[in-house]
Design a protein around this ligand. Structure first.
Ligand code: NDP
Length: 292
């Protein structure tokens, strides 16, 4: 049976190290990292995410600001708020919660954020920095996936990594990070031929598809590490449950290590957002980033 990769425990440890780093920055440099989160509209899932982000930001000792705007907010007004946050010296991280209402151009808003405060790592400048091997703020969920993979495997040099999914928020950035870790990376997607055959080559599988339990145990090379990013809500036995993109029951029999859903990659995302905010604050103030 595969070793269970406990993302909840890893994220707790990371948050404790972030809290210690924040305490040190306050004491030695009078610097309190601060994160501003902007929510437009009333999407229930987004409201929960934003509340959790604010809570965890405060828990590690950082400043947190929530800007809640009505769904009918004009794009120009949102851009004006982003501009004010860009110029506010106590704000080091800016996150505009996606999805935005349809009348707002998300790419325009994301690219209006100062790249040095872009703690979500979605600005084209950060995407470009990542893909050219420069210091970058990198998207949070991909960062969390690679932290978990390195925690279980140590160095990733030379491993065959298969990423299933090519979205801008998970698939592509995680593939870039794995390339930077010297993996041989294959990116599969909905047009890939013989997906099971591709996945069977992988020492490390990252599944970011959004299809419940699609990856089966007989696709997995014995002993491979499986990082399941998928969060899918399904009905089973009269209950609403969360499952990943991997069929956990069959995959755990073959894999060497596997993340559960929930409790695997999910808890890493906010922890990595806090990590990015500390990094952004240190870079803006030209202070060495503490070990976290
Ligand atoms: P997207 O829908 O943006 O991308 C899905 C990708 O999967 C696409 O590249 C698509 O290919 C590919 N795909 C779809 N069907 C198949 C198939 N049958 N075979 C192979 N590839 C396929 O999803 P996201 O990247 O945003 O999210 C992926 C999953 O991760 C979701 O379950 C989401 O909920 C979860 N997630 C979890 C997070 C967390 O843990 N905090 C954060 C973000 C996402 P194509 O490009 O060809 O259409």
């Amino acid at each position: 049976m595969a070793k269970l990769i406990d993302g909840k425990a890893y994220a707790e440890g990371l948050r404790a190290r972030i809290a210690a780093a924040v305490a040190g920055l306050k004491k030695e440099h009078g610097l309190t990292p601060g994160l501003a989160v902007v929510l437009v509209g009333e999407d229930p899932a987004s409201k929960v995410y934003v509340a959790n982000k604010a809570k965890q930001t405060v828990e590690v000792g950082m400043n947190s600001w929530e800007h809640k705007l009505p769904a009918e907010t004009a794009e120009a007004d949102l851009l004006a708020l982003v501009g004010r946050l860009n110029n506010d010296p106590v704000v080091h991280g800016i996150l505009v919660q996606m999805p935005l209402p349809k009348h707002i151009d998300s790419a325009k808003v994301l690219n209006a954020i100062n790249p040095d405060k872009d703690v979500d790592g979605f600005h084209v400048v950060n995407v470009g920095r990542l893909s050219t091997g420069q210091e970058a703020l990198v998207a949070c969920t991909p960062t969390g996936c690679v932290m978990l993979a390195k925690d279980v495997l140590g160095k990733l040099d030379g491993l065959n990594a298969v990423v299933i999914g090519r979205s801008n928020i998970v698939g592509k950035p995680v593939a870039q990070l794995l390339l930077a870790e010297n993996c041989t990376v294959t990116i599969a997607h909905s047009k890939s031929k013989d997906l099971p055959g591709i996945v069977r080559q992988a020492d490390l599988v990252i599944a970011a598809v959004g299809r419940p339990e699609m990856v089966k145990g007989d696709w997995i090379k014995p002993g491979a590490t499986v990082i399941d990013v998928g969060i899918n809500r399904i009905a089973r036995d009269g209950k609403n449950i969360l499952v990943g993109d991997c069929d956990f029951a069959s995959c755990e029999k073959v894999a060497g290590a596997i993340t559960p859903v929930p409790g695997g990659v999910g808890p890493m995302t906010i922890a990595c957002l806090l990590y990015n905010t500390v990094r952004a604050a240190c870079a803006i103030h030209k202070v060495k980033t503490p070990a976290m």
